[in-house]
Design a protein around this ligand. Structure first.
Ligand code: C2E
Ligand code: CA
Ligand code: CA
Length: 693
């Protein structure tokens, strides 16, 4: 500040003052020294740099003299001469006479003090008058200078785009504002200065409390920023950002304000993009996360319902019609969803064709009504370039807080329930149940065991003899896969095969089975020359690979194993899954010399019409019929009928699950060609088969 005001004295004037034999200082109303010439510095023994900012009172022997002097000057508005004792830096007292002249600088006052050493009174009297005149003239010059500076300052402030203003810290009435105010508010500077509270009335009603608290809490000496809205004279809303300082001694709030409407709307657009899906304009996953977090934080006790909605056949549309059409359909889906949503419900696009909805309701009747309504909205075809697309949706329902307490779990469980709805035939909704989560945990556990077994070669193929009833000789072996586990014992194939079928690992498993089966065939062929075969179980996923039969046949050639050594076992459902593809594969296998058995016969569709068309060698009666032969009367008739049917169609019959001699006797009597079961031999490792031979 000292330097700043010091600059107000023009360099020539500065120079001039230093030539003066008398001490000259300029102080403000509190006595702070704003300028001191060389003579004064010398008189009191301080370098002039040390004097800047120093209070003149600290240099006086009698403080009161100065106070009275200033008061008089201010009251009478003219110069005054008085005797004053100054303290030298070395502690000695300097008797002086000083003359004080007041200079007005807009709102504040400066005092021009001329100090004369009293050693030579005559010279003093003479020179005092002279210096008095000089001071009069200098003060006039200084005042004019300050005035011109004031105008210059006003011009500078007027050219600034920011609004510069100050208001009374008590009444908040406007004391000063620059021209820039007009561009922002639409009212002129003069209008503001006439109506000193106009600025307050232009503040947006929603932000008035904010502004009021801001001023109430901004302590003296502090500076802070605030962002709020105002109305322009034409009613338009603008966003302003102000940096405000609470001036301690002047009791003013001094501020610089700029219009940040454009930046703000740009930021809002960015915020919108950050929280919304650009395609459908629905809230996105981030927004959902925030919404859930907000709920847990502010209304943790309030129950709610979360729905996970997934389109059923969307992938087909995307794959066959392209993403562009897929996108327009997603937009239409979002529109329909939005239409169904109550104002206090929430709908976000979670990903591709997945949507998450939050319902404030928890009543099951209402939830079901709502879900039914959602499903109904998909009944109408989605029309795109004159093509009608039919879609449906599956919905999983989860309740907070019963089912889960975290957003992540809620979504996960609702997703699980949604899969359950799909499994049950799609186009429906399903409630989450904790057992579903157990099933998933178990799935993941088994999945990791399978992956481990595949990488580390833990899978072992066991072989169960198939006995020819006419000779009671072993005609072949069924290959049955075993997954040993160090703690859990053997994981049954009924547990790991479905997992592998779901995630596709069954293909790798199939290759492993074929490899081990061929090893076994090689081993056995070396030991005895009798013909035999190994029956390998093949899943739907394997059979529906386009090159399945070709790969199998090529592998046998590579291993040098005639195809007569291999039989494949397929279930009815495997075939029915896609009869065209399956039938084609069977024909090729058959042509390659591989025999085919229809496994678990009697449990599936049992459509006899297709049986006759497919190249099937053997019907394998499901073990459930054999195991309950003597408990369920009809089962004996079923076994008899299957046996007759097979023979009529020129096929052989195998019965599995022969556990007792009574089963054996009954099956022998009913012309069953091949028998398999614990009564005749359990599945065992290859070495065990060799040992028994
Ligand atoms: P599956 O093809 O029907 O196999 C016959 C099942 O009956 C085998 O169960 C066998 O151990 C069992 N079994 C044999 N004799 C008797 C008996 O007298 N009484 C009873 N209660 N059961 C008997 P396992 O080995 O547990 O296999 C279960 C299923 O897992 C198989 O049913 C088959 O569908 C599947 N599987 C086994 N190995 C493979 C494989 O390598 N690949 C494929 N894709 N599936 C396999
Ligand atoms: Ca089988
Ligand atoms: Ca079977």
């Amino acid at each position: 500040m000292t330097k700043g005001l010091f600059l107000l004295i023009s360099p020539p004037l500065h120079e001039l003052m230093n030539y003066l034999p008398e001490g000259v200082i300029i102080v403000d109303e509190r006595g702070a020294i704003l300028f001191a010439n060389d003579a004064f510095s010398e008189m009191v023994g301080y370098e002039s740099e040390l004097l800047f900012g120093l209070n003149m009172l600290t240099l006086l022997v009698d403080v009161d003299v100065f106070g009275t002097c200033i008061a008089t000057v201010m009251e009478e508005g003219k110069s005054l001469n008085a005797q004053t004792d100054f303290l030298h830096r070395d502690g000695s007292v300097i008797r002086t006479v000083k003359s004080v002249r007041m200079i007005r600088d807009s709102d504040s006052f400066r005092f021009f003090v001329n100090v004369r050493n009293l050693t030579d009174t005559d010279r003093l009297n003479q020179e005092l008058q002279q210096s008095h005149r000089l001071i009069e003239c200098q003060a006039g010059e200084l005042s004019a200078l300050l005035n011109s500076k004031h105008q210059e300052l006003e011009e500078i402030l007027g050219s600034i785009h920011e609004v510069i203003w100050y208001i009374d810290s008590q009444t908040l009435s406007l004391r000063y504002v620059n021209d820039a105010v007009e561009a922002i508010f639409g009212f002129s500077k003069e209008e503001f200065l006439t109506d000193k509270t106009l600025w307050q009335r232009q503040i947006h009603p929603d932000d008035r409390a904010l502004v009021k608290t801001f001023f109430e809490t901004l302590s003296p000496g502090q500076s802070q920023e605030i962002c709020f809205r105002i109305f322009r004279s034409n009613g338009e809303t603008r966003w302003l950002n102000s940096r405000i300082h609470h001036h301690k001694s002047l009791s003013l709030f001094i501020g610089i304000t700029s219009d940040v409407t454009a930046a703000k709307s740009h930021r809002e657009e960015i915020m919108f993009l950050a929280y919304h899906d650009p395609l459908t304009q629905l809230p996105n996953r981030a927004k959902l996360k925030e919404k859930l977090a907000g709920r847990f934080e502010h209304s943790a006790e309030e129950p709610f319902t979360l729905l996970f909605l997934d389109l059923d056949n969307f992938k087909n549309i995307n794959d066959t019609m392209g993403h562009e059409i897929g996108d327009t359909i997603l937009i239409e889906v979002s529109r329909r969803l939005r239409e169904q949503i109550d104002p206090d419900y929430f709908c976000a696009r979670f990903g591709g064709d997945e949507f998450v909805l939050l319902l404030t309701t928890t009543g099951s009747a209402e939830i079901e009504r709502f879900c039914t309504r959602l499903i109904e909205t998909f009944k109408e075809p989605f029309v795109n370039s004159d093509i009608d697309f039919y879609l449906s949706a599956s919905i999983g329902i989860v309740s907070y807080p019963q089912d889960a307490r975290s957003g992540e779990d809620l979504i996960k469980y609702a997703d699980t329930a949604m899969y359950e709805a799909k499994k049950k035939g799609k186009n429906r909704f399903a409630y989450y149940h904790s057992s579903m989560q157990h099933a998933i945990a178990d799935f993941l556990h088994v999945e990791s065991l399978v992956r481990d077994a595949l990488t580390h070669g833990y899978f072992e193929l066991y072989f169960q003899p198939l006995i020819e009833s006419s000779t009671l000789q072993t005609e072949g072996y069924e290959a049955l896969l075993r997954l040993p586990h160090p703690r859990e014992g053997f994981i049954p194939p009924d547990r790991f095969i479905p997992v592998a079928e779901t995630n596709g690992d069954i293909l790798a498993i199939g290759r492993e089975v074929l490899r081990q089966a061929c090893d076994f065939i090689d081993l056995l062929r070396q030991k005895h020359s009798e013909p035999f075969f190994v029956a390998i179980n093949v899943s739907a996923k394997e059979l529906h690979q386009e090159n399945f039969s070709q790969t199998l046949l090529e592998y046998l050639i590579q291993r040098g194993i005639p195809s007569s050594y291999v039989k494949v076992e397929l279930t009815e459902s495997t075939l029915m899954n896609n009869l065209d593809v399956a039938g084609d594969q069977l024909l090729r296998l058959k042509a390659g010399g591989i025999r085919i058995a229809l496994d678990d016969f009697g449990t599936g569709y049992s459509s006899f019409s297709y049986l006759a068309q497919l190249p099937i060698d053997t019907l394998k009666i499901d073990k459930s019929f054999i195991l309950s032969l003597f408990d369920v009367h009809s089962h004996r008739h079923i076994v008899e009928a299957i046996s007759t049917l097979a023979h009529v169609l020129g096929m052989s019959v195998t019965a599995e699950g022969v556990e007792e001699s009574a089963h054996f006797d009954f099956l022998m009597d009913n012309r069953i060609d091949t028998l398999q079961g614990f009564h005749l031999g359990r599945p065992v490792p290859p070495q065990e088969i060799l040992r028994r031979m």
